[in-house]
Design a binder for this molecule. Structure first.
Ligand code: GDL
Length: 479
């Protein structure tokens, strides 16, 4: 791995932000896996978005100071992000319609406090601003870029900045686009400054499937100083794949290689899902074709060991990366977290089953695929097939049932808390499959009876009803 390629995590999800002890744990993981970047931008930290102008109080400032210090000790770049779009500053022609204090002063005021605490790397997030007027997107892109440029200029000279003092020009000749313009983490003890912008249009889908035609992206790319990075999530918000071709096309319109914000393991959009699977389906040339890579992970901190361990493997291994063997290696490293207060620790094989069952947004793991094959047969097969398949489903059901019971004794209570609702749901779904398979085998006609719950209790409620009405189909949904 190129040790200077910026790679790590963005705490950038919706929902309860992590605690400081959790963040310190993540830092230790990053360091263990050879990763070097922590971007701080939890959507629901009030001072990141809703009341972004408010300074940190003394207790918060003290916690950030310790975190920044710990990052430095681990050789990790700490990036502090603010999302100032909440109060509609960019919607119309009036920059400060909802607040008399100018936007830039607000940002500088906040960043100055972080500079004083030892932070040198910043980001301004313009993602997920509601109701941007479509006919003003070019103007808005330009304004976002101008905001970035002004903050960049200011950071060069502000007290506390560790950067070179010469003020760069926004209009300076653009550097060559491509890998050669990739800025490397400077080799100094303290991380030196960087600035990144998350645009309002941050994936191909949001650009109407044609980034090069997006007036917002064109204006942003043209106006934003070459040294400022631009986050990009890929073809989609949650991208199934990121190819070299895609990265080259995006580089054209952004006029610099993107800084990838990867939502592969983000699960804030669906509380029923968690993603334990290995980092997958991104071109091995990604480090050469981008300015960096950060993953926005599961909200549940403890679930991110394997995603981060395999991300480390991905950047280290280049073309030799294999998600499957990365997954195996990561499970072995993860084992110490699986000790119990009584009884033996969980076996690697059991953890592998759990990883396969709660894998990735677009793919189950190998063992979950086998299970699904048997489930299909148990529900739809001939009597012979049903009887064979039921044996296999029952074996997996028993393993999961035992796992669920034994999980109660897990020493790591955060890991326990993160997992149990999901394992509970899965074991119950499998008992329903088994019950229906057995009823079919005995010639019972529908409606089938579930073993433990009356219909409507299990999978009930408004959400249950909505999900029944509208179901996913290939390429979209069907009713
Ligand atoms: C998003 C948000 C992110 C959220 C993710 C998954 C970006 C740039 N922004 O669009 O905060 O966690 O989707 O829901 O990805």
């Amino acid at each position: 791995m190129n040790p200077t390629f910026p790679c790590g995590i963005v705490e950038g999800f919706y929902g309860q932000p992590w605690t400081f002890p959790q963040r310190h744990k993540v830092l230790r993981w990053l360091s263990q896996f050879g990763l070097n970047t922590y971007v701080y931008g939890p959507k629901d930290d009030l001072k990141h978005r809703v009341i972004w102008r408010d300074l940190l109080d003394d207790t918060e400032a003290d916690e950030f100071k310790k975190l920044i210090h710990a990052c430095r000790e681990h050789g990790i770049r700490f990036v502090y992000a603010i999302a100032p779009g909440w109060d509609d500053l960019f919607g119309g022609n009036d920059w400060s319609a909802s607040d008399k204090r100018p936007l830039l002063d607000g940002l500088k005021n906040r960043f100055q406090q972080l500079l004083d605490l030892g932070c040198h790397d910043f980001a301004v997030m313009f993602d997920d601003i509601p109701n941007l007027p479509p006919d003003e997107l070019a103007e808005i892109g330009k304004r976002h870029a101008e905001t970035g440029n002004e903050i960049w200029q200011w950071l060069q000279t502000s007290p506390g900045s560790s950067r070179r003092k010469e003020a760069p020009s926004q209009t300076e000749t653009p550097q060559k686009i491509g890998a050669s313009s990739r800025r490397l983490l400077p080799e100094c003890e303290a991380p030196c400054g960087s600035l990144a912008i998350c645009p309002s249009v941050y994936c191909t889908r949001m650009a109407g499937n044609a980034p090069s035609d997006s007036s917002y992206l064109r204006a942003l790319g043209e106006t934003l100083d070459q040294r400022i990075d631009i986050y990009w999530t890929g073809p989609e918000i949650i991208s199934p794949k990121i190819t070299a071709e895609h990265l080259r096309a995006v580089t054209e319109v952004l006029r610099r290689p993107p800084l990838i914000w990867d939502n592969l393991h983000a699960n804030d959009y669906d509380c029923a899902r968690i993603y334990l699977g290995p980092f997958s389906d991104r071109t091995s040339a990604l480090p050469q074709l981008t300015r960096g890579l950060v993953i926005n992970p599961n909200r549940q901190c403890e679930l991110n060991f394997l995603p981060l361990a395999t991300l480390g493997d991905f950047v280290r291994s280049g073309a030799d990366y294999s998600p499957n063997s990365a997954r195996q290696k990561a499970i072995k490293m993860w084992l110490p977290e699986w000790n119990r207060v009584t009884g033996p620790a969980f076996a690697a094989q059991t953890i592998a089953l759990i990883v396969d069952c709660f894998h990735l947004p677009f793919a189950n793991g190998p063992k979950a695929n086998e299970l699904m094959h048997q489930v299909h047969a148990a529900l739809q097969g001939s009597p012979n097939e049903i009887s064979q398949a039921l044996k296999s489903v029952k074996t997996t059901g028993d393993v999961l049932g035992k796992f669920f019971f034994e999980l109660s004794a897990l020493k790591n209570r955060d890991l326990f808390e993160a997992l149990w609702p999901h394992v509970w749901r899965l074991k119950d779904e499998l008992s329903l499959v088994i019950a229906i398979g057995e009823q079919r085998l005995n010639g019972v006609e529908p409606p089938f009876i579930a073993p433990d719950y009356a219909a409507g209790v299990f999978r009930g409620g408004l959400l249950g009803e909505l999900r029944e009405l509208i179901q996913p189909a290939s390429g979209g949904f069907r009713v």
